[in-house]
Design a protein around this ligand. Structure first.
Ligand code: TNX
Length: 508
């Protein structure tokens, strides 16, 4: 076969690599195993997508979505039909396919059919995204012959977007969901509240959004999402097997809430809204009961909007809250999350207080983070807390690529594309057992990111490294990954993604 195969099979590092044709060797994230064989499957005007064998409405929906994604680039009609067998693209749920796990799939391609098999609709969705990448970025074509058997390394593969520092609409976020889901990212963490803005409607405390939503960094108008808009986004993400993780950041990062309700302030006076970029200056008043009414009401309403498992309560940079008050506050906030049937996620500072049993910690340290802080997170992992890794000097998409990057910050250093990719989440934090790593997440803070163009420029192509680290078996190999990343350029271009042509990527 002329196509290079995926990493871990018989890839020839440094060997010649075909430029134009899509092949198994270009898949990103790299699949667990590839066996090329025989001639492939030619898509043509008569090709149909078959979802019928199980009569399952969700499989049908996955088929319709895949058809929608393929029609544009291929120019083919690709009707979705319920008649099973008979060739074309076939989606098959097979509950007895134990090697495939909750998200895995098998893709078998031959002259008669391309068959996608999975235990779950999520697996079929991921299989469909692989199939997209086996076709050229534009035009119909041939899906190469052979079998891909694939499953993720980590259960949690997330991206975070801060819609508090700068407001983004649900339509803009849906576009990001589409961009991410095609690379098998399965979690979208939304940073909904911060000093500069409160972005989600709360019926019991309406001024949070109506007043607290009316500001953003730099003095722009801000904005907020209604509950219907939020539900619509959650549904849209769920159809792409992306779980939304809402974050209400507490007890710091709350100026927008304090500005909206004087009664939340220890002195009973509401501060003005804030449009700067400092952190660590605001705190809920941990000594008054009204604060806990607020916490309960807000978490109850956000939990009710959330079909997913997780509720993120922030807990970072609470430098305006004394340590003992912080711990006592986080105890009660975590109890509220549990009352509403959700699992706590907190930034890793929660490890310095009393994380509730099962609470997930999100580590955002970096190479220069102190040893004691790292050890606390590793110890929490050993004690059974799952850890999401978001090292700031690897995965923070708001860090500049290099000195020439216009948007972005650099407090954790510059993060070139290679650096974002070249580390192993399973062996990253000393003393943290590999089994405690729930996964990886790439946060995009938006103090300096105000538009869709900025967002795409900072996220792409670095977020593809996140997708690869989260899904594919390690360890990373830049010589192998770089060309595979470069091969995504025509796909990103075809989708209008305004990615950064970073100088460390071997673009063709
Ligand atoms: C740190 S990381 C923050 C955010 C900032 C970000 C900017 C974390 C949990 N907190 O408040 O937006 O740095 O890079």
């Amino acid at each position: 076969a002329s196509c290079a195969t995926a990493r871990g099979d018989d890839a020839k590092p440094g060997g010649p690599r075909p430029a134009a044709p899509a092949g198994f060797g270009q898949l990103l994230p790299a699949p667990a195993s590839v066996r090329p064989s025989g001639s492939g499957h030619v898509l043509g005007p008569g090709t149909v997508i078959r979802t019928g064998r199980t009569g399952n409405a969700e499989v049908r929906r996955v088929g319709e979505l895949l058809a929608g994604q393929l029609r544009g680039p291929t120019g083919l009609p690709l009707p979705v039909v319920d008649a099973p067998g008979g060739g074309g693209i076939e989606l098959r749920l097979d509950a007895a396919a134990p090697d495939l796990g909750d998200e895995g799939y098998r893709l078998e391609s031959g002259p008669r059919a391309v068959t996608l098999t999975a235990r779950t609709p999520a697996g079929l969705f991921h299989a469909g995204q692989t199939l997209r990448q086996l076709l050229p970025a534009a035009g119909a074509g041939t899906i190469p012959g052979g079998t891909v058997t694939d499953a993720p390394r980590f259960a949690y593969r997330g991206a975070m977007l801060d819609i508090a520092r700068h407001f983004f609409t649900t339509e803009q976020v849906k576009r990001y969901v589409d961009q991410l889901a095609q690379y098998k990212v399965n979690a979208l963490h939304l940073h909904l509240t911060d000093d500069q803005g409160w972005r989600i409607a709360v019926d019991s405390w309406p001024r949070l959004a109506e007043y607290g939503g009316g500001s953003e960094v730099g003095g722009g108008p801000g904005g907020y999402w209604t509950k219907d808009e939020y539900r619509d986004l959650v549904r849209y993400a769920a159809e792409r097997y992306v779980e939304v993780v809402p974050e209400v950041d507490m007890p710091g990062h709350v100026n927008a809430a304090l500005a909206s309700y004087a009664e939340l302030n220890c002195d009973g006076k509401a501060p003005p809204r804030y449009t700067g970029t400092k952190v660590g200056f605001s705190s809920l008043c941990t000594g008054i009961e009204r604060t806990y009414d607020f916490v309960e009401d807000v978490l109850a309403e956000v939990a009710a909007l959330t079909p997913g498992r997780y509720l993120h309560i922030g807990g970072d940079e609470a430098s305006a809250t004394p340590a003992a008050d912080y711990a006592a506050f986080m105890d009660r906030a975590q109890q509220a999350v549990a009352r509403h049937g959700k699992t706590v996620v907190g930034w890793h500072q929660l490890a310095g207080a009393r994380p509730a049993p099962g609470a997930v910690l999100q580590y955002w340290g970096h190479d220069r983070t102190g040893a004691a802080e790292k050890e606390r997170v590793a110890a929490a992992g050993k004690a059974g807390h799952p850890v999401i890794l978001s090292p700031a000097d690897r995965l923070y998409l708001d860090m500049k690529y290099d000195a020439a990057t216009k948007p972005g910050l650099s407090w954790a250093g510059y993060v070139p594309v290679r650096r974002a990719y070249e580390w192993d989440p399973g062996a990253y934090l000393a003393g943290l057992p590999a089994g405690a790593v729930l996964g990886v997440e790439a946060p995009l803070w938006t103090e300096t990111v105000a538009t869709r163009e900025d967002l795409e420029y900072m996220a792409f192509p670095r977020v593809l490294g996140l997708a690869e680290l989260g899904w594919s078996q390690g360890p990373p190999d830049w010589a192998e990954y770089g060309p595979r990343l470069a091969a995504q350029a025509p796909r990103m271009e075809a989708q209008g993604i305004g990615y950064h042509r970073a100088p460390d990527v071997p673009w063709q």
